[in-house]
Design a binder for this molecule. Structure first.
Ligand code: ADP
Length: 431
């Protein structure tokens, strides 16, 4: 069966977030890591999300990667396409949101697309074309000082116009709140004036459903994961798919369980503290010892093997307080200390699979990338949600591996136990 919706995401955890949104709205979704190679076994699903790593690379390279992804998606028979970027519109005057949107629009011979990173439930709203993060305009939020994409304006129209080199329109909330038909009429008006990019306001999640319905006929939709909320209903109404009330995939795979933690974010450190109180096996990696050779990882592996042999989940973490991380970075360098930890987690994940581990929780965006690469994950079925934006997933590879990939700040205080409690197993960690 051909896929209905083909998505291109500018990073992996953003792709998972979008896939999770679609699953919650009753679609069966596959996420791939990069553009799948020729001969890729295409699993049956309603939507596919191709995740790239093109948020901050050279715009020409980003366009080229996204056009390749589009080509692959077209070959899979997708009817509608989605360009997924961050809900804080992470970009520079050069791109990459605008240039990619423009290239996709032209490749699809589409007259117009919408631009909507809003997701009010997740504290991203759009009013009069200005993006708000919680109560603050984007340029007054912490995004103002982002190291790669500092956002110094909240007007998406002003941000996007230099990126696409043409005039950008607005569908204001006064119209969005009325009905999908009102939005469609406004889009037609803009199109008649030669406008190809329309920023659409969204103040409440209900607005996203209205906008989703009005996107029925658009070949290309662009935005954050929120704007995907209203799309699945269009496909059901068109008779393209039934509603899947439960995710098609459950993480029902037996095997050892490992938690690997490279994230030092506040949320992850809190989650580790909660987990520690459960007296389950956990062990810390020290980047300074990692720098001295392979003995430190070998010791961690031997320790983990003993716990796995007793059918216990193992947790290995490098996470530290900011002051300690800074100390280590001053001694080893920022990049080297990060790489040492990522390589150790990647190596352990490979050894764990040899020991029969089939269920992994990984905390940290970069850490997740290192582990999925080490495990040569080509694609994931998206399963049930553990926490907003973080589903359990099952790899399409052989052996199938169950993965929960959490970017640093995601998940509630008991995230690790929440995740493990959803697995079919005797549960030494349950409350
Ligand atoms: P997050 O999603 O929280 O940003 P990431 O995995 O993306 O987490 O990034 C955390 C980075 O910090 C990784 O590169 C990781 O290797 C590195 N790191 C983890 N622990 C330490 C530590 N103790 N000292 C220095 N760097 C560390």
């Amino acid at each position: 069966m051909p896929y209905i919706l083909g998505c291109i995401a500018d990073d992996f955890t953003g792709g998972t977030d979008l896939a999770n949104t679609l699953v919650r709205q009753g679609m069966r979704v596959i996420q791939t890591s990069g553009v799948p190679p020729a001969g890729f076994p295409v699993p049956d699903a309603d939507a596919v999300v191709v995740s790239l790593k093109c948020r901050s690379i050279d715009p020409r390279e980003a366009v080229s990667q996204c056009l390749q992804a589009l080509d692959w998606l077209k070959k899979q028979g997708c009817r509608q396409f989605f360009w997924k970027y961050c809900s804080t519109f992470d970009s520079t005057p050069q791109g990459n949101i605008g240039p990619v949107a423009k290239a996709l629009l032209e490749a699809l011979h589409a007259p117009l697309t919408i631009v909507c990173p809003a997701f009010p439930e997740n504290k991203r709203s759009l009013y009069k074309g200005h993006l708000f993060v919680g109560d603050q305009p984007l340029d007054e939020s912490p995004m103002r000082d982002h190291p790669l994409t500092p956002m110094r304006d909240s007007s998406l129209i002003r941000l996007l116009e230099p990126q696409v080199g043409e005039k950008v329109g607005l569908v204001p909330w006064e119209i969005v709140r009325k009905s999908p038909d009102a939005v469609s009429a406004a889009l037609r008006d803009l199109q008649a004036k030669g406008i190809r990019f329309a920023v659409t306001d969204a103040v409440e999640d209900a607005d996203l459903f209205t906008l989703g319905a009005s996107c029925r006929e658009l070949p290309l939709v662009t935005g954050g994961s929120g704007i995907a909320l209203g799309l699945p209903d269009n496909y059901r109404k068109a008779g393209l798919m039934p509603r899947h009330d439960k995710p098609a995939m459950s993480p029902d795979i037996r095997g050892g369980t490992a938690i690997l933690c490279g994230s030092c974010s506040e949320a992850t450190r809190g989650q580790l503290a909660r987990y520690r109180a459960r007296n389950l096996p956990m062990r810390q990696l020290d980047p300074l010892l990692l720098a001295q050779g392979s003995a430190h990882v070998a010791e961690a592996l031997a320790w983990a093997k003993a716990a796995l042999d007793q059918n216990q989940p193992v947790l290995i973490y490098a996470s530290e307080e900011p002051a300690k991380v800074k100390e280590v970075q001053e001694k080893l360098g920022r990049e080297r200390s990060g790489l040492l930890v990522e390589e150790a987690l990647a190596h352990l994940s490979q050894e764990f699979v040899k020991l029969g581990v089939r269920r992994f929780v990984v905390a940290g965006g970069e850490s997740s990338g290192a582990v999925t690469t080490a495990l040569a994950v080509t694609g994931l079925h998206i399963g049930p949600q553990i926490a907003p934006g973080v589903p359990w997933t099952v790899s399409i590879d052989n052996p199938a591996i169950v993965l929960a990939l959490k970017s640093g700040n995601f998940g509630g205080p008991d995230f690790f136990a929440d995740a493990l409690n959803m697995l079919p197993w005797d549960k030494p960690w349950a409350n």
